[in-house]
Design a protein around this ligand. Structure first.
Ligand code: GLU
Length: 478
């Protein structure tokens, strides 16, 4: 668990400070600022589950930050450190994140105070179903009201239990599958959701590196290839981001930080091999192909080009911000940099690609999954073969040209194969995600470069998001 120094604000206060910095530069109607900032409601539930011969009591939360659009959206976290302040901070971030990437949702978040590693699968199912029951009963899980998703400590398996629990309680709801996202493919999920947040981090970085001016602002040059990247947290988000960046963009993953320390190799780590080791041995220690240090914090402040905090909130705080050497930080986790650390890093010229944008890939693909569930049809099912048939017409024409031109021009068989294939669901999801990340980045950068009083991407992102939320409130007559 991350313990912040006592002179730091809480996570929720930290998010509010960042919000305040942005609204100070905006011209909102009196009172609206406060209405947007506050969390609308937080439901706390304490429920008992009979396990191993006795009743165990669990505490869970579902917080709704803003209902300017419904359903509200956000993951459910399973961790011992879950508390009301954290859930409310995360719910607020969901509001701004959804607004920034134009996912038509309000912000929400849930959490269960539990160490999931201490329970058998069937016990976790009982606990999850009971928690889901409590939330469903109050419409805090509902296709048109509140749609949870995975977060730290939860995944497809928990989402499938939640979906089934809702369906059992709402037997005639034809849209029941849309009550939760991040489900397995065979239970109404969508291709590409598991890796979506990591994929979004990759697309965010690719878009950043498309703008030489922005790259120069971070004191870097060139593209992603060869960049030294340190990743903190090799969970779902960190693992996928690290894998895609090293395998597809030629970045070097020089450091990986986990609970039991860190691995460091200036030549670049094999992400797949490290993950495999971690899964088999429960940690990074004794990994044979790199130096392991128990002091993970030391690697966080090691020399690198890009730092990817992809685990907990508050890992970069007043105690270590001064020592961070990365020129570019991309917040793959929610809230990894405290407001105080943010001030320090900004003053030093570190460019931060903020969480509300950087990790929005998850909720973006959740949005696609929700739409898929409501439309009851897989993306691409109607168009794919028709698209292929039309491409076949072009290929046939090119083949005719090829025959007519003899040896002066030949149709490349590789082009033919690639061009003929119609897009399946995964390709469409990637295309939609890529477009979303590019568009959202451009909306932030327009403000970052277009206004003299905005000097960082986080403030720019908050301004875009708050402006959109305020427009929704105005449209509602508030
Ligand atoms: N828990 C993820 C997040 O923090 C995903 C939320 C969702 O898909 O609704 O963004």
């Amino acid at each position: 668990m991350n313990v912040l120094p006592s002179n730091e604000p809480t996570f929720r206060q930290s998010v509010d400070l960042m919000f305040n910095r942005a609204v100070a530069l905006m011209d909102l109607p009196p009172g609206l600022e406060e209405k947007i900032r506050v969390c609308n409601a937080t439901y706390t539930v304490r429920f008992g589950v009979r396990l191993r011969g006795k009743i165990e009591t669990f505490t869970g939360y579902r917080s709704v930050h803003s209902e300017h659009m419904e359903p509200v959206k956000g993951g459910i976290r399973y961790a011992v450190a879950v508390n009301q302040d954290e859930v409310e901070a995360l719910a607020a971030l969901m509001t701004y994140k959804c607004a920034l990437v134009e996912a038509p949702f309000g912000g929400s978040k849930g959490g269960l105070r539990i160490d999931p590693t201490q329970y058998e699968e069937h016990e976790l199912e009982l606990i999850t179903r009971r928690f889901a029951y409590e939330l469903c009963k109050r419409d805090l899980i509902h296709p048109s009201q509140n749609v949870p998703a995975p977060d730290m400590g939860t995944g497809e398996r928990e989402m499938a239990w939640i979906a089934d629990q809702y369906a059992r309680m709402n037997t005639t709801d034809i849209n029941s599958r849309a009550c939760v996202t991040g489900k397995p493919l065979n239970a109404g999920g969508i291709a590409g959701r598991v890796e979506a947040t990591g994929r979004g981090v990759q697309y965010a970085l690719r878009e950043f590196f498309r703008h030489p001016e922005d790259v120069a602002a971070a004191g870097l040059s060139g593209g992603l290839a060869g960049k030294r990247v340190i990743v903190q947290g090799l969970g779902n988000v960190g693992y996928h981001a690290a894998r895609f960046l090293s395998e597809e963009d030629g970045a070097l993953i020089t450091g990986i930080i986990e609970r039991d320390g860190a691995l460091y190799d200036p030549k670049g780590l094999d992400v797949e091999a490290v993950k495999d080791w971690m899964m088999r041995h429960g940690g990074l220690a004794d990994y044979p192909d790199a130096t392991h240090t128990r002091d993970g914090g030391a690697v966080l402040t090691e020399e690198c080009d890009i730092l990817v905090p992809a685990a907990l909130e508050g890992v970069i705080n007043l105690t270590n911000a001064h020592n961070v050497k990365a020129k570019l930080i991309i917040e793959a986790a929610n809230g990894p940099i405290t407001a105080g650390a943010d001030d320090i890093l900004r003053a030093r010229g570190t460019v931060i690609i903020p969480d509300l944008f950087a990790n929005a890939g998850g909720v973006t693909v959740s949005y696609f999954e929700w739409v898929k569930n409501l439309s009851h049809i897989r993306f691409g099912r109607m168009q794919r073969r028709q698209e292929e048939a039309r491409h076949q017409l072009v290929v046939d024409e090119l083949a005719r040209l090829d025959a007519a031109l003899g040896d002066t021009w030949n149709l490349d068989p590789a082009f033919k194969a690639r061009y003929l294939r119609g897009a399946d669901e995964l390709e469409l999801v990637r295309s939609g995600l890529d477009d979303t990340m590019r568009t959202a980045y451009q909306s932030m950068r327009e403000i970052w470069h277009g206004r003299d009083d905005v000097t960082d991407l986080r403030t720019a992102g908050f301004i875009v998001a708050i402006d959109r939320v305020s427009k929704s409130y105005k449209a509602k007559g508030l």
